[in-house]
Design a protein around this ligand. Sequence first.
Ligand code: KG4
Ligand code: ZN
Length: 330
Amino acid sequence: MLVLGVESSCDETGLALYDTQRGLLSHALHSQVAMHEEYGGVVPELASRDHIRRAIPLLEQVLGKGGVEGSAIDAIAYTQGPGLAGALLVGASVACGLGLALDKPVLGVHHLEGHLLSPLLATDPPAFPFVALLISGGHTQLMRVDGVGRYALLGETLDDAAGEAFDKSAKLLGLGYPGGPAISRLAEFGDPGVYQLPRPMLHSKDLNFSFSGLKTAVLTLVHNQIANICEQDKANVARAFVDAIVEVLVAKCLAALKQTGLKRLVIAGGVGANRQLRAALNEAASRRGFKVYYPELEFCTDNGAMIAFAGAMRLQIDPQAAQRDYGFNV
Ligand code: KG4
Ligand code: ZN
């Protein structure tokens, strides 16, 4: 079965072709980062308009790279949500329009399910069951994953998502958008322990998170220092922030593994690209005897491959899941 995936939930237009026999045939992505950079964040209206411009050229690219005709596609999976309404509507319209034109069924996929399953696209994919830490710009969740569609929420953030904390703290330090990679790079030059930031809910008995206090602590620190903050001090604050958030994320993962008794941990979502988090998790894994799995770096952040893949997995379980009802729903 050949599935076309369409992702347009935020500021990346991603298309991909996944074949259940042959694997990922092709994928193409256009990132709008440069366009939103000057505004310091995603401008929803601009995002929607750019998705419109990019979708069809990217479709032509994936068909060309995959060496297939549009008529060979068996079903089209698109990101149904969550995401920016206008941006989602573009992807849904493209998918439903193609479905109607090609007389192929379409399937709405949950964006987070795409992220959650993305490590299964890697060359050494994890077997079920596993614990998954889903850390994106909008979500922070720990899940127990027993199979495709068999997910149990173990814990989640009570306020800001991890990616949001990265982005907002980076903004406070005057770093560009997206802030996650920028604050991570700067932290490499920071000295540890110069500043102490809180580790929210580190010792709570549950698997929930809270990051808004951490962001506020960065705000307080920066406001107190902003008049005379030098580059090294900025790097020290970045280091303190990264150390705090990484410690909390790692501790909660360890607690989730202990609670479930599982030995496989999957990291998914944009923050999963973070270098310091990966280093800390890898070290904990080798010390404690569990295995940690990541998506390929290019599939950590939003992409079409994870949507094509999640759609294909859903259709393998339930071939009726895709419909010729083009009254889409985002
Ligand atoms: O999964 P994603 O691409 O989009 C959402 O579904 O939200 O995640 C985007 C988030 C942003 O907050 C971005 O700053 C963060 O992932 N991110 C990172 C890194 N790369 C992306 N955060 C920390 N370190 C990184 N290297
Ligand atoms: Zn995402």
